[in-house]
Design a protein. Structure first.
Length: 285
């Protein structure tokens, strides 16, 4: 390895995206998540991202509501803390339904645990998926059982400063501008994208968020057919700050890994300073 390659490796940290085909049996889903997280750790990942709804792809709203846990208490949160500590790996838990005080609607929360098992961040999904898919008999109303979040969340990790988001958020670039302004060097998009919208938009949206913010993007996805009859797109991806595809898993449960090279990113931002060229009067209030 030459000197330049050695220096690059010193600044690079391996991350993982976990792809799942979760069903309506939480115990089975957690067993699969444990196996895939172990694989991520064995491949040298310092941090792994689970998909949205990793612990339950509910068949109906009542099942999803019954699965919600109190903040800080419950089998899913206990699993995440214990697994992070035992594997010595950071875990971004795509989404966990967390009860709110009113008891009527839950938050769709992305929880982050460090490698000691301590929870260090919570992001509540801001944009809820209330849509009717064009030309298809598919309709979704997340707001019927979920309440939107109202906080942008970025945090420091061993991989650099991370911006959190969930699935449908990826269609709203202003969120990622806020995350980049908060210092984000990389972004996560855990998701359960529908097959129809995923085929049309998933890759182009993820690469756009990477390119326009000069940020790495790690997108962990649900895939295949689920007990509810919903089909998700898969195609978990890791994309670099220039929009290049570093790793992709089109179908099936599994793990992909790639290095986040903050030195290369910093050099690209210095040479191509688009972020500093933004015009203030064009920015949203």
């Amino acid at each position: 390895m030459n000197t330049a390659s050695t220096q690059a490796a010193a600044h690079a940290t391996r991350v993982a995206a976990v792809q799942m085909n979760s069903g309506n049996d939480p115990a089975a889903n957690l067993a699969t998540a444990a196996r895939l997280l172990q694989s991520a750790a064995a491949q040298g990942a310092r941090l792994a991202v689970l998909p949205e709804n990793f612990s339950l792809m509910a068949r109906h709203d009542a099942e999803r509501h019954a699965h919600a846990e109190a903040d800080g208490v419950g089998p899913v949160q206990e699993f995440l803390a214990a697994t992070a500590a035992s594997l010595r790996i950071w875990i971004v838990a795509g989404s966990v339904p967390i009860k709110r005080g009113d008891g009527e609607r839950n938050a769709q929360s992305c929880l982050v645990y460090d490698d000691s098992g301590k929870r260090v961040a919570r992001y509540d999904k801001i944009h809820l998926f209330d849509v009717d898919l064009p030309d298809r008999a598919e309709s979704y109303r997340e707001s019927s059982t979920m309440a939107p979040g109202d906080q942008v969340v970025a945090l420091d990790t061993p991989v650099g400063r991370l911006g959190l988001s969930i699935c449908y958020d990826v269609r709203f670039p202003e969120l990622y501008r806020r995350l980049q302004a908060a210092g984000a060097q990389w972004l996560v998009v855990p998701a359960a994208f529908t097959a129809a919208s995923g085929e049309a938009h998933w890759e182009v949206l993820l690469r756009a968020r990477a390119i326009e913010n000069l940020c790495y993007v790690v997108a962990s996805a649900q895939c295949g057919m689920h007990p509810s009859g919903r089909q998700t797109w898969g195609h978990s991806m890791i994309i670099d700050h220039w929009g290049r595809m570093l790793a992709q898993l089109p179908e099936g449960a599994g793990v992909i890994t790639a290095n986040v090279d903050l030195a290369a990113q910093a050099e690209a931002r210095r040479k191509f300073p688009a972020l500093s060229h933004r015009v203030s009067w064009l920015q949203s209030p």
